[in-house]
Write a protein of this length. Structure first.
Length: 286
């Protein structure tokens, strides 16, 4: 039987021991970092009472108790699996459990997306971007934040990237793109009607289309030149937040940016260093 179960059941515990057990159950992560004196003070008990409690549940003493408790908690966090990315936590989860579950959701999304990306896809995307006269990014909603970050990074290596700030601007911007240009579309579901309309305009004009999506069979994907795949973990409906999809999209965009940087590494390195020197007096030195 686990320590947690024994503390919960409280067989043969006296009043003071039950009080200590209740405190531990409510503050499991905190207790691991407490000394026996601190625990005694927090529970208005004595160190001898704590030792007696430890021995009642089959342990040698308080040090042994902390080691076993830490092991059980880690095992509990490791056992958190099949988490629903749409609703990864519940109201009963502790803050530490929430942190662990989000880490698990994000790690899984990143790992799966990494396995979908290939060297050939990235090389093809980098080549099309460098060969284009103009580069544009089209995104809506949550994905717009990731697109804005991508544009910011490209600006810092002097690679212009157009990102419309208004929804209506997107169609006009797409209409101005030609076969000499390249556009990056971001649609996690691949089902956005607005993004599909943009894709149709770009396709009609012969523009190169690079699409980030989790659905390689979507209508948008079908008229794209390159698909940079995103792991398909979230539903298309209600969710607490796009934890899995957003981290995956940012990962792909960061990877693409890094590949663009490396493709012209010396020039980009010099440009970044020169830019930083221009702004080195913009911060106070203490």
């Amino acid at each position: 039987m686990t320590i947690i179960n024994q503390l919960t059941q409280g067989h043969n515990f006296n009043g003071s021991e039950k009080q200590i057990a209740n405190y531990i159950l409510k503050n499991q992560e905190h207790v691991i970092n407490q000394s026996i004196q601190e625990l005694a003070s927090a529970t208005f008990s004595s160190t001898s009472t704590i030792v007696r409690l430890c021995r009642k549940i089959g342990l040698k003493g308080y040090k042994d108790f902390k080691i076993k408790l830490a092991t059980e908690l880690q095992q509990h966090y490791n056992d958190i699996s099949t988490i629903n990315p749409d609703f990864p936590f519940t109201e009963d989860d502790s803050n530490k459990e929430i942190a662990q579950k989000l880490l698990d959701v994000m790690q899984n999304s990143l790992l799966q997306t990494s396995q979908l990306l290939t060297n050939n896809l990235l090389e093809h995307a980098v080549r099309d971007i460098f060969q284009s006269h103009k580069l544009g990014v089209f995104a809506y909603g949550d994905t717009y934040i990731s697109a804005l970050s991508f544009q910011n990074k490209l600006m810092k290596i002097n690679l212009p990237c157009n990102l419309p700030s208004l929804t209506d601007e997107s169609k006009f911007m797409a209409a101005n793109y030609t076969s000499k240009d390249c556009a990056i579309l971001i649609s996690y579901s691949g089902r956005s009607k607005s993004t599909y309309q943009i894709a149709q305009i770009l396709r009609l004009n012969g523009c190169k289309i690079i699409t980030l999506t989790s659905d390689e069979n979507s209508e948008i994907a079908k008229i794209s030149d390159i698909i940079l795949p995103i792991a398909n973990n979230e539903s298309q409906n209600v969710k607490i937040s796009p934890f899995a999809s957003q981290v995956a999209i940012e990962y792909v965009l960061n990877t693409l940016y890094s590949c663009l940087f490396v493709a012209n590494y010396d020039t980009n390195q010099r440009h970044r260093i020169a830019s930083e020197k221009l702004f080195e007096n913009s911060r106070f030195n203490y």
